[in-house]
Ligand binder design. Structure first.
Ligand SMILES: Nc1ncnc2c1ncn2[C@@H]1O[C@H](COP(=O)(O)OP(=O)(O)O)[C@@H](O)[C@H]1O
Ligand SMILES: [Mg+2]
Length: 281
């Protein structure tokens, strides 16, 4: 069985936002996440990404269908805390996630709540801060850090809980390009070097390129999924759904339209440059 297994999940909000309840914010999604995978989830605002993300650690429970985390049904109340210890959720705004006035206290907050032994907390905090490259900042005040640094502290706070999977809901949306790069490279390192399972929700297509798998959501459904190359080769389908593709894929697609004989869609600038060079030679 997959580490996370989402089986035909439907979810509607019954409270009223913008005058009418939102029916089927998640509209029959089946999806699985394997241990050690890096999955990127993309899609328009309002297509249900955040709602789906909250199903991954039992913050929301399906109206119908099932979500299993490491074999446990998220509807089983006795498993809720196990599930939340296994799947950590990082949100968009780092300011809403930092609670303490000193970085290391902030990172210690999660394991303290779980009642972890103080000596072990010390070890976990140091390891988590090193893993996100923020150990030298352990005694700093979070509010003085840059957006990218704050988000890395928020990620360290989740790592200190020692989850097997980290789900991030548009963690770079409020960051400048440098902060985005810091967060993305941190996630890639956690995945590649520490085997952390990562589910990254993003609206930056370029951030989906290094993923193992890209899942495209549209109107509460999975529109398309596959390797980044499989997904971003479908430029026309994505455009029909008013979705972007990575800049290099867009450029490659247009060049092909002008008759440049590209045999594939380039995924990043480097590849696009290499392909152009080949064609010119
Ligand atoms: N707390 C809520 N109450 C009512 N409706 C909501 C709530 N959160 C999201 N929605 C609605 O559910 C749909 C999916 O939203 P969401 O999961 O946040 O999408 P995304 O993260 O892709 O932008 C949208 O129509 C949104 O307005
Ligand atoms: Mg969202």
């Amino acid at each position: 069985m997959s580490f996370i297994s989402i089986e035909n999940v439907f979810f509607s909000y019954d409270n009223i936002e913008d005058g009418k309840p939102v029916v089927n914010a998640v509209d029959g999604v089946s999806l699985s996440v394997e241990k050690g995978e890096f999955v990127a989830v993309i899609g328009h605002n309002g297509c249900g990404k955040s709602t789906l993300a909250k199903h991954l650690n039992a913050m929301l429970l399906p109206d119908s269908g099932k979500v299993y985390v490491d074999g446990d049904d998220t509807c089983d109340e006795e498993k809720t805390w196990d599930i939340r210890a296994k799947v950590g959720l990082v949100l968009q705004n780092p300011d809403n996630q930092l609670v303490a006035s000193v970085v290391e206290e902030d990172v210690a907050f999660g394991p303290e709540n779980l009642g972890v032994d103080p000596r072990e907390i010390r070890e976990r905090v140091d390891a988590a801060l090193k893993a996100v490259g923020m150990y030298e900042y352990r005694l700093h005040a979070p509010y003085k850090l840059s957006g990218g640094q704050k988000q890395r502290i928020a990620i360290a706070g989740i790592l200190a809980i020692q989850p097997q999977c980290i789900v991030l809901d548009e963690p770079t949306a409020m960051l400048d390009p440098l902060g985005r790069e810091e967060v993305l490279s941190t996630l890639l390192r956690l995945n590649r070097e520490m085997g952390m399972t990562v589910v990254l929700i993003t609206h930056y297509m370029d951030e989906a390129v290094p993923a193992d798998r890209v899942v495209v959501m549209d109107s509460g459904k999975v529109l398309l999924q596959g390797t980044p190359r499989e997904v971003f080769s479908q430029v026309e389908l994505l455009k029909k759904h008013r979705l972007d593709v990575p800049q290099a894929a867009e450029l490659g697609f247009r060049l092909r339209g002008f008759g440049v004989p590209f045999d594939r869609v380039p995924l990043d600038e480097q590849e696009c440059a290499e392909m152009l060079l080949e064609v010119l030679q």
